[in-house]
Design a protein around this ligand. Structure first.
Ligand SMILES: [Zn+2]
Ligand SMILES: [Zn+2]
Length: 585
């Protein structure tokens, strides 16, 4: 099933539905302002090398990522910015009596890692509201069921047990009402699949959601699974049906819930090594201001792209600057980049649009829009001054998206870099075309890591699968690209992305998927630093350690250039810093 991007269920219904239940925007703003009042707002602090450094880092491998894998001896920061990166003697001239000397003791220091496609708000809500019963936490189905049982044991009768991230492809098939009833008949249980299209529930949950045995198809296409005897089997398909359950199972998202959820979630992202997260298409224009205010209190810098549904409202931000650069909300660590839409579905669900059929079927998937509709969306975004981000999993969707980008933008970079999200099945000729148009892909390596073997054996066949996520071909063609998690689709973890890009190993059967598309550690690290910064319009302020840029740092216990490729994701994150403040470690 689909495990690509967050589906329209979430983008168009779940969050807006939950948000509607929230207190008024004014109340939320008041909350956010109060939260921000507690925060140090760094914009007033100016960095002057002449004043000397607040901190100097030395005695480790310091990679500014300006010249690939070449480290420097020392780094000086002050006023939240990088003052100097270079030889120990040059940097030591910035030392004053008050300067803190940080002895790295052989650790490795990088520009803060950026996840350029990470649904931060949704991830925070999911983490707060849903018990994780997914893969890889529970590779064994029995363990996932045991986790539900343990949650039931701790909850008073009648309390909802809400779980998420269940992966029917990797955890042994669908759940059933019978199985969930065996866990409890006294607690309503709802399990949301990681694919975003399916859920499973027990009989009590069906009762509370008021779904009768003789329910038919719901308006909009929601439907329910049936056992061979014709009775409901517990499976819930598509948004209209899933929403019946979420409406009764999920609490209203109030500021009191979201603020702490984001604080806690961004701490976890920082612990994984991230200093900036970009949320594409699942932030509403109304949220920008409150999120900007909250951003000063969070452990990471926040950035977002709006969805093309919000084009009209997006014009309110036009005054914040030219589209080629991120539009920074003043006095915050929040910025806006582009407009996003979804061209197709996912390869795992065989709903991504391909030019050739999937294996064992004549079906080729289908794009969500015609080429001319896509061109209209691109043109409208361009006219509002935004670059475009288009979710494309299949190669036919990429053809259409590139047609649309070419019609609307040509190779004109005036509104910034146009992005092809996931670009999973991009062909060589499409890479050449991206190069010509100045468009860039952002890849989701966990698709290869989790489903590479399934793509090869069940979904697309070996030949097409070898070239999935063709990173080496991009390097060869001179096309910069970024790597992302698409969280909550896969968890925060920049080093895991790097490891997958370098090894192309599928975790399910340990096979290597298209060895010749593996890239160097250096290219992989650029994809989570400078290339990612450029793809969110922030290359002038983050992504490398150069004088005047933000002092956003990720410090690792070991040097990823020096460990075995299969051990990169095991490296411990030691510290993260945002704008010269330590956020983790
Ligand atoms: Zn997507
Ligand atoms: Zn996404």
């Amino acid at each position: 099933m689909c495990r690509a991007c967050v589906t329209s269920l979430i983008t168009n219904h779940l969050t807006s539905g939950l948000w509607r239940a929230a207190p008024s925007r004014r109340q939320f703003l008041a909350y956010a302002v109060a939260a921000a009042a507690c925060a140090a707002i760094t914009s007033g602090r100016e960095a002057h090398a002449a004043d000397g450094a607040e901190a100097i880092f030395r005695n480790g491998a310091i990679y500014p990522m300006t010249a690939g894998g070449r480290p420097v001896e020392a780094l000086a920061i002050g006023g939240g910015k990088v003052l100097a990166a270079g030889s120990a003697s040059d940097v030591s001239s910035l030392a004053r009596i008050a300067t803190q000397i940080v002895d790295l003791q052989g650790r490795a220091l990088f520009p803060g890692f950026i996840d350029p496609h990470h649904h931060t708000v949704l991830s925070a809500l999911f983490a707060d509201l849903l018990l994780n019963v997914g893969y890889p936490k529970y590779p064994d189905r029995a363990d996932a069921l045991a986790a539900l049982k343990a949650a039931v044991a701790k909850a008073p009768p009648g309390q909802w047990i809400r779980a998420g991230y269940y992966d029917n492809l990797l955890q042994g098939g669908d759940l059933s009402m019978e199985e969930l009833d065996a866990i409890s008949t006294q607690h309503p249980i709802f399990v949301f699949y990681v694919n975003g299209h399916v859920g499973a529930a027990n009989a009590m949950a069906f009762k509370l959601a008021k779904i009768p045995q003789d329910v038919g198809e719901l308006p909009g296409g929601g439907h329910f699974g049936r056992a061979p005897d014709g009775k409901l089997n517990g499976l819930i398909y598509e948004e209209p049906a899933l929403l019946r359950f979420l409406a009764v199972a999920a609490p209203a998202v109030t500021p009191d819930l979201l603020g702490p959820a984001l604080a806690s979630y961004t701490k976890q992202a920082a612990a994984a090594g991230n200093t900036t997260l970009h949320e594409p298409g699942t932030v509403k224009p109304d949220w920008a201001e409150p999120l900007a205010k909250l951003s000063n209190t969070l452990a990471v810098r926040m950035s977002a792209s709006l969805s093309t549904d919000s084009l009209e409202a997006s014009k309110a931000f036009a005054s914040l600057g030219p589209g080629a650069k991120a539009r920074k909300i003043p006095n915050s660590r929040f910025s806006l980049y582009g407009m996003k839409f979804w061209a197709d579905g996912s390869n795992q669900a065989e709903s991504a649009a391909q030019t050739k059929p999937y294996l064992h079927t004549p079906e080729r998937g289908k794009a969500n829009y015609s080429t001319s509709q896509m061109a209209e969306l691109c043109l409208a975004a361009k006219q509002a001054g935004w670059p475009i981000l288009i979710h494309c999993q299949g190669d036919a969707a990429i053809d259409d998206a590139l047609d649309a980008i070419e019609q609307a933008y040509g190779s004109n970079p005036a509104t910034g870099l146009n992005r092809v999200e996931h670009a999973t099945m991009a062909r060589q000729d499409q890479l050449d075309r991206m190069k010509r148009l100045g468009a860039q892909p952002s890849f989701l390596p966990d698709l290869l890591y989790l489903y590479g073997a399934a793509y090869r054996d069940q979904i697309l066949g070996p030949e097409r699968t070898e070239f999935m996520e063709p990173m080496a071909a991009c390097v060869k063609a001179g096309i910069p690209f970024s790597l992302h998690t698409d969280s909550p689709v896969s968890p925060a973890g920049p080093l895991r992305l790097v490891q997958i890009a370098v090894t192309r190993r599928c975790v399910i059967d340990k096979s290597v998927i298209g060895a010749d598309q593996a890239i160097s550690i250096d290219e992989a690290l650029k994809a989570i630093t400078i290339h990612a910064a450029r793809q969110i319009g922030l290359e002038d302020s983050i992504g490398t350690l150069e004088p005047g840029k933000e002092a956003d740092l990720t410090i690792l216990e070991s040097d990823p250039y020096k460990v075995s490729p299969d051990a990169i994701s095991d490296i411990k994150v030691s510290e993260t810093w945002v704008a010269g403040e330590r956020k983790f470690g």
